[in-house]
Write a protein that binds this ligand. Structure first.
Ligand SMILES: [Zn+2]
Length: 246
């Protein structure tokens, strides 16, 4: 067995203080189309709504909700991959293991370990009032939504309810960022799964982990701009890598 695979397998099976950072590559191997190389046009027909437009027009608010329901439908036939399950096994094992993800699809979900899963870009399963912060289950809210109410919050009756996914033009949640930063500072092993690491803050977390003494492992189909920071880099799709370490 290749030394890198052997080292990786040992870390995943025996060590704690592991922080994962996952990106689209984890979900595309489950069959969800990648936003950047969307061949069947799923994202084109469900084009994202800018946050500014969500705030200013009912038409866009409805479009935003319809997009999210389309993603739910798309996900009905998609199951978490073996790599998702492996990550969850590590998360379940130790309270000091964390999973930071850029994915909104919830394929990584584990209700018992919700506190250890940090969804940087939110989740299509959660919705929130932009005014009072009241929380809603996305599907439940949409099911009860009467179109003439314009997705107003039933608690405060003033704010709009929006799916918790971060829209273009919308700031990331600072509490979530702080949690991710803490998980990057406190880990011994920082493992990137299927992220091109081209955008902030994802690439910053690699830097933070490195500066605080963590070993950096990058598993991605293509080389990333952060490879120089890494102790181990494996360029392959995650399902092939999984086969080597299972
Ligand atoms: Zn409200």
């Amino acid at each position: 067995m290749d030394t890198y695979f052997k080292a990786l397998k040992q870390i995943l099976e025996e060590k704690d203080e592991i922080t994962f950072l996952s990106g689209a590559g984890l979900s595309t191997s489950a069959g969800l189309p990648d936003f950047r190389s969307d061949e069947n046009g799923f994202w084109k027909s469900n084009s994202p709504v800018h946050f500014r437009d969500f705030l200013s027009s009912k038409k866009y608010r409805m479009k935003s909700w319809q997009n999210n329901i389309a993603i739910h439908k798309k996900l009905e036939n998609i199951k978490p991959t073996k790599m998702h399950n492996l990550v969850n096994k590590v998360i379940q094992r130790g309270i000091s293991n964390f999973h930071i993800t850029q994915n909104i699809d919830g394929l990584h979900r584990d209700e018992a370990k919700e506190k250890n899963i940090i969804e940087l870009h939110g989740s299509i399963f959660k919705a929130k009032c932009l005014n009072c912060g009241a929380k809603y289950d996305t599907l439940e809210y949409f099911g009860n939504l009467e179109l003439d109410t314009d997705c107003l919050c039933s608690e405060c009756r003033e704010g709009f309810v929006k799916v918790s996914t971060i829209s273009f033009g919308q700031a990331l949640v600072s509490k979530t960022l702080q949690k991710a930063e803490k998980a990057s500072i406190n880990c011994q092993f920082f493992i990137v799964l299927g992220s091109s690491l081209k955008v902030s803050p994802a690439n910053n977390f690699v830097r933070i982990a490195k500066n605080n003494g963590a070993k950096i492992i990058i598993l991605n189909k293509d080389p990333t701009p952060m490879d120089d920071y890494a102790d181990i880099v494996i360029n392959d799709c995650l399902e092939n890598i999984y086969e080597q370490i299972k």
